[in-house]
Design a protein around this ligand. Structure first.
Ligand code: NAP
Length: 236
């Protein structure tokens, strides 16, 4: 995919852009890409070494923190008083049979904590900031929220669908742009533990980053693979 570089530059140069989950995968490549077009980045993640590497390469301000913790979110919100773009990307996935999860209620708490409650609570602070800047949120979601739910993905899918629904309900009210990217399988550390994905076709994280960047100048509400419509047609 070719980016319209001038339009991207106009959309991000000098803009304050927060990327959660920038220490790895899609968030990392998005940070590296947007830095090349002059964005003023704020990056968040838990792994200090990996986040520092991204911050060094991009000149980003970094926050090493676990966004599931309320005091961390409060600190981030206290320190961010102006924001143009929020890329909600931090997330975890769990692939596990419900029979292996019967004694693991924390699977469901953990996925909801980072994939749903963290972005909701950050948005409660960011909505006025994004409104004032006539800014944008880009939510990094999954095509699975558009399908019939899949076995063994209950924790992940429910939590991603929860934030997707929340954001779609909020979108008509707010005074800034709300965009969601529904990604297919992307080759990142997130999918590495799932053996069945090893030989499946997957998008690169650089390609996912470009698609996110494109949303920053097109301001479209949704980005999804072209073949999704076809799949929805053939799948009952
Ligand atoms: N890979 C795919 O196939 C795929 C498909 C569709 C959508 N997505 C979505 O894409 C997003 C990025 O995933 P990815 O594939 O790039 O995976 P990844 O490489 O595992 O990256 C996930 C990022 O989230 C951060 N993170 C996780 N828990 C956190 C927490 N509690 N506090 C702060 N940061 C946290 C991780 O940083 P630390 O480990 O440093 O905390 C990491 O930077 C996710 O929202 C995922 O749902 C992925």
């Amino acid at each position: 995919m070719r980016l319209q570089e001038q339009r991207l530059q106009q959309a991000v140069q000098g803009k304050t852009i927060l990327i959660t989950g920038a220490s790895s995968g899609i968030g990392r490549d998005t940070a590296l890409l947007l830095a090349r077009y002059g964005a003023k980045l704020i990056v968040v993640g838990r792994n200090e070494e990996r986040l520092r590497d991204v911050a060094m390469q991009t000149g980003a301000q970094m926050y090493v923190m676990d966004l599931r913790e309320e005091q961390n979110r409060q600190q981030l919100c206290r320190e961010i008083q102006q924001l143009d773009i929020f890329i909600n990307n931090a997330g975890i996935s769990i692939h596990r049979s419900i029979y292996d999860a019967l004694e693991r209620p924390h699977d469901f708490r953990r996925t909801m904590a980072i994939n749903y409650f963290a972005p909701v609570e950050l948005m409660l602070h960011f909505i006025p900031l994004l409104d004032a800047a006539q800014g944008q949120i880009v939510n990094v979601s999954t095509i699975n929220t558009k399908f019939r739910p899949m076995a063994k993905w209950s924790a992940y899918q429910a939590s991603k669908a929860a934030f997707d629904t929340w954001l779609r309900a909020v979108a008509p009210e707010v005074k800034h742009t709300v965009s969601t990217i529904y990604l297919p399988l992307v080759r990142t550390p997130m999918i590495a533990p799932t053996k069945q994905y090893e030989r499946m076709p997957a998008m690169s994280s650089e390609a996912a980053a470009k698609r996110i960047a494109r949303l920053l100048y097109t301001k479209k509400r949704e980005d999804q693979p072209w073949w999704l419509l076809f799949l929805r047609y053939v799948r009952p």
